[in-house]
Design a protein around this ligand. Structure first.
Ligand code: PBG
Length: 322
């Protein structure tokens, strides 16, 4: 006899009980843009609803994150001063360092993740140092490790290198350990594609490259086995968790990576995914809440243990209404 699923007669509560996939506020990470200055909360036109905060106004949004019990915040810095080598990124008094200190002072239990990259800090807008018109991998990872140590020194719980340089995780681990930060975790962007979905972020963070593109160091979206290789390498180098980015168009990648490695995997639902949903909902073409919940479940179904999303605060509330 074939027993048929009794979907039609199920109640919402039975569907909740038998659901194969669950979401929890503790798996959401909320990215926040912090810019230098005082008393600033400014809109980001390409990302309606998202803001840039100065370190002193940051607690207003952190308070909501703590109240919603989300898994953590991912801080991106926008410095006043940029130069060839991105030196503000490892200034112990820099914008992110101050944001981390304020965050840990005001909300000690809220997990703080610092994004480690140079593109917001370099005058040319690339994620690494430039030598002879090329990105110089090995001198870049030295700087990235300095940035990571400076974040750890300010109190960051986790550092998240998003530069896509080879060997960055091993170098960062080595320097963190040397500087007495063995407990600072590394959430590595191991699988980051060169993607048009980052467009709004580059406006938000003022980090668009002034020349060329990031195709030489970010991944080619036609490749998936390469993603598995990148993930395995990063875990071998000491990554405690890894990121696959973007999310929505890359769930096959997420699933393949998840099958091959044994650390938590995060899906980064990037700025372009956020802005597309915002724009369509503003026009009344999509139901924002339903689309956001459905996409978050699809990420979890593909294997995401962590979801980095600009909708984290809404999601933390919305998932409880099902
Ligand atoms: C920095 C960085 C980027 C994003 C996260 N870290 C931009 C880029 O690589 O151009 C994109 C995040 C988003 O689009 O939400 N390297």
């Amino acid at each position: 006899m074939i027993i048929r699923p009794r979907r039609l007669r199920n109640t919402q509560s039975i569907r909740n009980l038998t659901s194969e996939t669950r979401l929890s506020p503790s798996m959401f990470v909320y990215p926040i843009f912090v810019r230098e200055g005082k008393n600033i909360i400014e809109d980001i036109p390409a990302m309606p609803g998202q803001k840039r905060y100065s370190p002193d106004t940051l607690p207003r949004i952190l308070e909501k994150c703590a109240k919603n019990k989300i898994g953590g915040v991912l801080l991106f810095g926008i410095p006043e001063h940029k130069d060839e080598t991105g030196s503000e990124a490892y200034n112990d008094n820099g914008v992110i360092q101050n944001a981390i200190k304020i965050s840990k002072r005001e909300f000690p239990d809220l997990t703080v993740i610092g994004d480690v990259c140079l593109c917001e800090y370099t005058s040319h807008g690339h994620c690494g140092l430039i030598k002879d018109n090329k990105i110089d991998n090995d001198s870049t990872i030295e700087i990235l490790a300095k940035v990571a140590v400076s974040y750890a020194n300010s109190g960051a719980d986790i550092v998240a290198p998003s530069d896509m340089m080879d060997g960055h995780t091993a170098k960062i681990r080595e320097e963190l350990d040397k500087n007495n930060f063995p407990d600072t975790l590394i959430f590595s962007y191991a699988v980051k594609y060169s993607s048009a979905f980052y467009g709004p972020f580059r406006e938000a963070a003022g980090s668009a490259p002034k020349f060329g593109d990031r195709k030489t160091y970010q991944m080619d979206y036609r490749n998936v086995r390469e993603a598995i290789k990148e993930a395995i390498l990063d875990v071998d180098e000491g990554a405690d968790m890894i990121i696959v980015k973007p999310a929505m168009s890359y769930l096959d990648v997420l699933k393949s990576v998840k099958e091959k490695i044994f650390v938590p995997v995060g899906a980064y639902s990037v700025s372009g995914e956020y802005s597309m949903i915002k724009a369509a909902s503003a026009n009344g073409w999509l139901n924002e809440k339903n689309i956001v919940i459905e996409s978050a479940y699809s990420m979890a179904r593909a294997g995401a243990d962590i979801i980095i999303s600009y909708y984290s605060l809404e999601l933390a509330e919305w998932i409880s209404i099902l």
